[in-house]
Design a protein around this ligand. Sequence first.
Ligand code: ATP
Ligand code: MG
Length: 334
Amino acid sequence: MAAQSNNVIEVKNVVKKFGDFTALNNVSFTIKEGELFGLLGPNGAGKTTMINLILGLLKVTSGTIIIDREDISRNPERIKKIIGMMTQETVVEPDLTAKQNLELFARLYGLSEAEMSKRVSEALKDANLEDKANVRAGTFSGGMQRRLELVKSMVNVPKILILDEPTTGLDVQNRVDMWKRIRELSKRGVTIIMTTQYLEEADSLCERVAVIDHGEVKAIGTPLELKKQVATKPILEIFAKADVLDSIAEIIRVKYKLKPEILGEKLLAEISGDTASVVSGIMKETSKRKIEIYSISSRLPTMDDVFIKLTGSSLRDTTSGTYESTRSKMMTRR
Ligand SMILES: Nc1ncnc2c1ncn2[C@@H]1O[C@H](COP(=O)(O)OP(=O)(O)OP(=O)(O)O)[C@@H](O)[C@H]1O
Ligand SMILES: [Mg+2]
């Protein structure tokens, strides 16, 4: 017999169809115990569908999902008990207080009165909502509501925590706060699977990421592995007025044999050869020809580049509506 793996979630060849529409097409991935795993993809990629399948709220068309060594179709009730969940939409009960929201949830999980009281006060403390315990949750800011939901998802002390777009719609400050909280839970050993449409979030928070687009997994790995996979060469980045970029591109093509791509007021090209001499050579040449450049630099590939490459939308395709809308929803780098 094979040695037991420490995989907590195993998704194997999962297909999910809604009528004729294939929302997930042959999706496979595994998540190890204690891992902080991200499903990264744009709107409509299939992230929530995948989460709902893991939770047993939807049934697979084909394929299997094994959680904690058990096929979810065999024992859905046991599996539900070991999973905590924060949904994409905010679902706090607006007319109940923060405390009552937590108590309601604890009762659903069948916690005893004593246990409930202990866990609820811990949760209020964790969420920095102790002073708001008896205030109606409907009056809370978006950030406070999400904090309440996060601790609520942990009330039954689950082994696995699922967070569906935990930071979408939050301002920068609350997003950073949420990241801190998620990291904290991960350090405590909770296995976390989260979805995100933010490249930056996947990059800085998740230990491993599956890039998902149109229901298909395009790549899986650590953020660094994904970046290495995309390009080993540094990327030249030049900002200039759109109308002069063409002549800069021409210099780069002819003199350095690179393949520049223009994106609005930006030019990108993978650098081959010595980076410093390419950059300084271009600066000299453009200055000689009095071509005005805002900035020129070289950098390593980012998750943005990874996404563009993996989803098949090359820089050339940016004028197409679908790609543009995908891109605009993605957080820009830095
Ligand atoms: N119950 C359903 N019936 C029909 N189609 C559905 C259903 N649920 C989801 N879909 C479709 O499946 C695709 C994937 O949807 P899903 O909600 O999983 O995407 P998502 O990655 O979570 O997107 P978002 O970032 O917008 O939340 C979409 O095209 C959606 O319209
Ligand atoms: Mg979703």
